[in-house]
Write a protein that binds this ligand. Structure first.
Ligand SMILES: [Fe+2]
Length: 598
């Protein structure tokens, strides 16, 4: 059976193709359209997925959209009308925005793809998040938690799933797979919207820069917990409720916090002003970030703990955009009572394309359970020949090496503090570069962080860079709790760097001594694993700095030529794809000069 999953119209549109129960292709629209966080209908992504396995739209058995768009429209209409007359100004905008192709999704899909309208299905948004988290995990029986900004109405759900059996829940005996969301918290009460509101207040871009709040939090102290708990209260049933007068997102799309919110927390940060955490103003913002981060963590830990006590299951699958918060994920792992926590590589809305397709396969069509390969590499492959040809035509230095020689050569470059663009096979699905579209660098000196920021990433000084380490050596350098390596497989947890290694790993150690480490097993990335080992032989530590291969404001590179174009425009010293290693002429001559002097 061939099922296409689609997520679109909010942010990070994506398409995914599931054939005979297994994902065979998945890509975010932004990687192909080259518009960061592209929210448009993902025509490029759909076309690539179908081309990749040589299918026509007519071959599809079903096309599944990742939310019930009419229900979502009803929620927007209801909330806007409830707030009338306060919302009268925003009403025309909300209706114009929603009454476009966002509502008439069945027609849009049918006309773009030419498929029979009866083949077009819809999942609940959090069902898609839950399926993306549970059905891609190796767990056969797990508690499930999802949390995001909002779908149709739900903002957080808690449930259980079983593969190859059923949990005995009525109506859920569905050919070997059960997925039952037992409870939900509804809009406007939303941890995702709470965090996004603080993201906006702190002068960052909503739906994009939430991780900057997490990065900034490490510089602050949670001195404003009482104030944050005034705007979001725990309820006696273990849930939470925002206090509406502090927020405006429930009535308008243009402003997320109210003047009462500003009275409580002080003036917001203008987005154009740089943050300097050495100043009193900068520390106030860092303290506010630390406070909302702490409340988010505490709330999630308590909800997860209650779910563990209720289900008595050792595994938790956690999905939704909130599951991108690696600090919270690590606390859930260590404090909620779950032995293992699985977060998929794309827990946000893009991942719902895979989730929706898998949900339809297992729960709607009741196809038998299948194990899904445990990696995120479902995107377009890089073409090394293209890279070599383009670089030669551009008069750059190209070496084509066998694998062993290439690994040693790149390890030597990294040990000499060169920055390497590393492209390897199919691109990652999800927001994180996990070794197929990565920039790699030596992790030791703090100066490397400044260089990457200045020459390539052009981003705020307070944001940390992440390390990648071989699975065999991870415990030596990082304090990983039981289950921590699993969470770190897709860079989903933030853990302490062992104090004795912090000076040696200064470029990847955050100000609070933590790191969002990727723990790499050989089977998931054999070439990068070999590179880490070769680097370890040279510098004593099999750890590298690993950041996404893109410059500020652009999506992660997809093709070899996009990688090459980025390489030419910024301070990357060497570029690798397949057997080709490209070096900039200036760097090559500088290297020869250095060798000559030596
Ligand atoms: Fe979502």
């Amino acid at each position: 059976m061939k099922i296409l999953g689609i997520s679109a119209h909010y942010h990070d549109s994506a398409a995914a193709l599931v054939v005979d129960g297994v994902p065979v292709a998945a890509v975010q629209e932004e990687r192909l359209s080259r518009r960061k966080n592209d929210a448009g209908f993902p025509l490029n992504a759909i076309e690539w997925c179908l081309d990749h396995v040589k299918l026509d739209p007519g071959d599809l058995d079903a096309v599944v959209f990742y939310e019930r768009s009419m229900l979502k429209f009803a929620r927007i209409l209801t909330c806007t009308l409830r707030a009338f007359p306060r919302s009268w100004r925003s009403f025309p905008h909300a209706m114009k925005n929603t009454l476009s192709e966002k509502v008439w999704v069945r027609g849009v899909i049918a006309s773009h793809l030419g498929v029979d309208r009866r083949k077009i299905l819809f999942t609940g948004h959090h069902e898609a998040h839950a399926a993306a988290a549970f059905l891609t995990s190796p767990s056969r029986r797990a508690a499930i938690l999802t949390a995001d900004g909002v779908g149709e109405w739900a903002t957080l759900t808690a449930g259980v799933g079983a593969r190859g059996e059923n949990l005995g829940a009525p109506g859920l005996q569905t050919g070997g797979t059960s997925l039952s969301l037992l409870r939900e918290i509804r809009f406007p009460h939303s941890l995702g919207m709470l965090y996004s509101t603080f993201t906006a207040y702190l002068g960052f871009a909503v739906n994009e820069d939430e991780y900057k709040v997490m990065g900034l939090a490490a510089y602050g102290r949670p001195t404003m917990l009482d104030q944050v708990r005034k705007v979001i209260r725990r309820t006696p049933d273990g849930a939470f409720a925002i206090v509406p007068e502090y927020f405006e997102y429930q009535t308008t799309a243009t402003r997320s916090y109210s003047s009462k919110f500003v009275d409580l927390f002080g003036p917001p940060r203008p987005s154009y002003e740089p943050i300097d955490v050495e100043t009193a103003a900068g520390r106030r913002f860092a303290d506010i970030a630390a406070s909302v981060q702490r409340v988010l963590e505490d709330t999630l830990v308590e909800i997860a703990r209650a779910l563990q006590q209720e289900t008595k299951l050792p595994d938790l699958c956690f999905g939704g955009g909130v599951a991108l918060n690696g600090v919270a994920n690590a606390r859930i792992l260590t404090e909620s009572g779950f032995e293992r926590v699985f977060v998929p590589p794309a827990p946000g809305d893009a991942g719902c394309a895979v989730g929706a397709a898998l949900y339809a396969d297992r729960l709607y069509f009741k196809n038998p359970d299948r194990d899904v390969p445990d990696h995120p590499f479902w995107g377009p492959a890089v073409d090394a020949d293209h890279l070599a040809r383009a670089a030669r035509e551009d008069d750059q230095l190209v070496d084509e090496l066998d694998d062993g020689a290439l690994i040693e050569r790149v390890a030597a470059d990294l040990a000499a503090n060169r920055i390497v663009g590393w492209m390897d096979g199919a691109s990652e699905y999800g927001p994180r570069a996990l070794g197929h579209r990565s920039l790699l660098a030596a992790p030791h000196a703090i100066g490397m962080r400044a260089r990457l920021n200045r020459d390539i990433k052009h981003r705020e000084e307070f944001r940390p860079f992440a390390p990648v380490v071989t699975a065999e050596a991870a415990d030596r350098y990082f304090e990983l709790p039981a289950g921590g390596a699993r969470l770190a497989r897709f860079m989903s947890g933030v853990f302490p760097v062992r104090p004795e290694w912090r000076a040696e790993l200064a470029a990847v150690t955050h100000v609070d001594g933590s790191a969002r480490v990727q723990v790499l097993e050989r089977s998931m990335g054999p070439r990068l694993h070999a590179l880490l080992e070769a680097y370890g032989r040279r510098r004593g530590i099999p750890v590298l700095l690993n950041t996404s291969f893109n410059v500020a404001g652009e999506p992660i590179v997809n093709t070899a030529l996009e990688g090459y174009s980025t390489f030419r425009r910024c301070g990357i010293d060497a570029l690798v794809a397949g057997s080709a290693v490209v070096t900039k002429r200036a760097t090559a001559s500088a290297k020869r000069a250095k060798e000559y002097v030596a």
